[in-house]
Design a protein around this ligand. Structure first.
Ligand code: G
Ligand code: G
Ligand code: MN
Ligand code: NA
Length: 254
């Protein structure tokens, strides 16, 4: 309860910050997108990672105002980056189950895009596989509404949520993100290699874009490259960092 009231206060005060992690095209190493990851700035504890408060935010409903703040901040930041000349950039935002279930989610997203002036195709919403599988018919409806607006949709942590493959075809999604639990043991572990290769093949046959997350080593990168998986996210290319550090990176690379 104490944490809950602290979190409630933090949502009121806006005591959060977004860090951004690069998604790069390999081997060009061009930055194609940035995933926004929220942190709680607590005066006593410093930066608190989302793993420690997102579940509570979800449980208490605080995820709704917090999630709106995340989406709006990420869109505003994306507009700034576009104005600075990095127009191809896409920003990704993670949605929680409760956010995804809001009946007026699509309207809220549309309104947010209008308010911030971000073109819809520059915003990607990440939904975990388990969120989508919870109510597959409901998910199809919501995804279609979102797709009508023109935002990009990806399935996060893919491979961990017991997807119904027949439903995957009905979801109007753009991208599968291979969960880092499979990437972690590449290329030594045969099962991880087989699963990764199957996910990539599945994505290709469904004409979906594929992103590998959690890439930490050259050996993992090489394995993915051989399977023609070219969109990479992970510590090898960068940890989540504050927006001003991303600015520096763009300035350096042009
Ligand atoms: O950044 P970190 O590795 O600590 O993130 C831990 C988890 O928190 C990840 O699963 C990530 O998707 C989730 N997360 C980070 N930011 C957000 C957010 O803004 N909203 C939601 N719903 N989840 C987030
Ligand atoms: O669930 P989601 O994919 O949104 O989780 C994103 C989280 O994964 C972030 O908190 C980020 O810090 C973490 N992450 C990103 N890249 C790597 C990586 O290469 N290794 C590890 N261990 N974690 C990563
Ligand atoms: Mn994610
Ligand atoms: Na993920």
């Amino acid at each position: 309860l104490q944490l809950e009231s602290k979190l409630r206060q933090a949502v009121r005060d806006g005591s959060f910050v977004l860090h951004y992690q690069k998604k790069v095209d390999y081997p060009s190493c061009r930055v194609i997108g940035l995933e926004a990851l929220v942190r709680w700035q607590d005066p006593d504890e410093g930066l608190i990672s989302p793993g420690r408060f997102i579940p509570l935010a979800e449980e208490t409903g605080l995820i709704i105002p917090l999630g709106e703040w995340v989406m709006e901040s990420a869109c505003r930041q994306a507009v700034l980056w576009r104005q600075a000349g990095f127009s191809g950039l896409q920003v990704s935002v993670n949605l929680s189950a409760r956010q995804f279930k809001q009946p007026d989610l699509a309207e809220r997203v549309a309104e947010l895009l209008t308010r911030t002036g971000l073109p819809p195709q520059c915003l990607e919403l990440e939904l975990t596989e388990s969120i989508l599988m919870e109510d597959m018919d409901g998910a199809v409806t919501t995804l279609k509404q979102l797709k009508e607006i023109g935002v990009m949709l990806s399935v996060d942590d893919f491979g961990t949520g017991y997807s119904s493959l027949s439903y995957l075809k009905k979801f109007p999604i753009d991208t599968l993100k291979i969960d880092r639990s499979f990437v972690k043991d590449l290329p030594e572990d045969e099962d991880s290699c087989a699963i990764t290769a199957s996910i990539i093949a599945l994505a290709r046959s469904l004409k979906l874009n594929i992103v590998a997350e959690g890439v930490e080593t050259e050996a993992q990168l090489e394995f993915l490259d051989r399977l023609d998986c070219h969109q990479i996210q992970g510590f090898l290319f960068g940890r989540p960092t504050p927006a001003d550090r991303i600015d520096e990176l763009f300035l350096r690379r042009g």
